[in-house]
Design a binder for this molecule. Structure first.
Ligand code: CTP
Length: 410
């Protein structure tokens, strides 16, 4: 948090109850490292205040009053040139209609017409207004011009007694994720990547299993980073408590055998596979179909190996980039190197789950990427998202090299 990120975001509040949340969105964007400015339509100021927006943005708010008062009246041009992205949150049915008909009658629509590079709408309205054919046509028209949308979502509606429906503005955190998507260069565009995440569960009976404390956070961070960089992402995930990331094909599995099936059946379509899952190495030889009653005395269970997914992909791989993880508790490099070779990987990410700060379930990690030529690239202790970005940088470079070699051979 707090690191300066590329991107200037103009946040415009439209006239709806959800404008109460616009100051929170500004704050979250600043926390995520973006430069922000706020714009409010005249009607928005019936639901939020100029002061709340100015404090959250850390700068004066662009309003229609300011536009008309400004000498030269070119605030719309200045804003359109300053912003990398305009986020309209909340966007009303009227705001969508004005923009879709190309009106430039207030500061918001004039800024859009003045050629702001990208627009992201976060609509909020009651479900009838959202489903109204004119609104839907306006949305598809704007989409056709390359505008992005986040939400509206299903949930409780603002007016008490209106119940629930599709019409709630997405939460500020979700809007920030979409901003990040829109501002990230698409250097993985055209690629299909498979990421595995989380633990597996190997059942003794319907209610008991062997597993491990993997939270899935590293794999989910990899999936989200690849999505933001433009890849088609297939996330094969064991059981986790994480919400399904948007824009990612999520395949939920439990057992190593199911993960094996899900990944190997899609391998031919993939350009890269990153195995961040903590796959159980063993499973009970037998799984009882009914819960096994408690018995006194000791008990012995026979365990048999699960399929080694990565090793199989290593044997099958042609052009794909294959990345593994090695969790080691002791002197790890040698063991990780032997896995790198044995599984025929392009690189392996060595981490130490028992080190403080990089433990299972945390938001940070510290990874050493080991390459077959002996190179070691260390990330230092950074967020799992930053580890993910570093991994995709290497995958992208390897795929580029491979393509260049392929082009020379042809
Ligand atoms: N892996 C896999 N299939 C398995 C076990 C592991 O694909 N059945 C993958 C993991 O997702 C990870 C890598 O192989 O990317 C290394 O896993 P790890 O369990 O640390 O290595 P093993 O080869 O199982 O060696 P060991 O348990 O002896 O450390």
């Amino acid at each position: 948090m707090g690191s300066e990120r590329e991107g200037r975001v103009l946040v415009a509040a439209g006239g709806g109850v959800a404008a109460m949340k616009t100051p929170f969105l500004l704050r979250r964007l600043r926390e995520a490292g973006y430069q922000v400015r706020a714009l409010a339509t005249e009607r928005a100021l019936a639901f939020t205040t100029e002061t709340a927006l100015a404090v959250a943005a850390g700068s004066p708010v662009a309003t229609d009053a300011a536009w008309f008062a400004a000498s030269g009246g070119a605030l719309h041009l200045e804003l359109a040139r300053w912003a990398d992205l305009l986020v309209v949150a909340p966007a009303t049915a009227a705001g969508l209609a004005r923009a879709a008909s190309g009106l430039a009658e207030d500061l918001l629509t004039a800024t859009i017409a003045a050629g702001v590079p990208r627009v992201l709408w976060a609509p909020a309205m009651n479900p009838e207004m959202w489903h109204y054919p004119a609104t839907q046509e306006n949305v598809s028209r704007l989409r056709g011009w390359g505008h992005g949308f986040v939400g509206p979502e299903h949930g409780a509606l603002a007016a008490v007694g209106e119940g629930a429906g599709v019409g709630r503005m997405s939460e500020p955190e979700t809007i920030v994720e979409h901003v990040r998507y829109h501002l990230t260069p698409k250097d993985l565009a055209g690629l299909t990547v498979i990421v595995s995440a989380g633990p597996t569960r190997e059942y003794f009976d319907p209610v008991r299993f062997i597993s491990n404390p993997s939270s899935g956070k590293m794999g989910y961070a990899l999936a989200e980073a690849a999505r933001d960089r433009g890849a088609r992402v297939i996330l094969v995930s064991g059981p986790t408590s994480l919400p399904a990331p948007w824009g990612v094909e999520l395949i939920a599995v439990e057992r190593a055998e199911e993960m094996h099936q899900a990944i190997t059946s899609r391998f031919d379509d993939a350009d890269a596979v990153v195995m961040a899952a903590a796959v159980a190495d063993w499973r009970p030889a037998e799984t009882a179909s009914e819960k096994t009653p408690k018995r006194s005395g000791s008990n012995t269970v026979e365990l048999v190996p699960t399929p080694d997914i990565l090793a199989e992909l290593g044997r099958r791989k042609e052009r794909q980039v294959l990345v593994g993880f090695a969790m080691e508790t002791g002197a790890g490099r040698e063991r990780a190197r032997s896995k790198l070779e044995r599984k025929n990987l392009d690189f392996i990410c060595l981490n130490y789950p028992t080190r403080s700060g990089s433990a299972f379930g945390g938001d940070y990690n510290e990874v050493e990427m080991l390459f077959p030529d002996g190179r070691v690239v260390a990330t230092g202790r950074v967020s799992k998202r930053e580890v993910a970005e570093a991994i995709w940088d290497r995958v992208r470079d390897l795929l580029r090299e491979r393509n260049e070699e392929g082009a020379q051979d042809a």
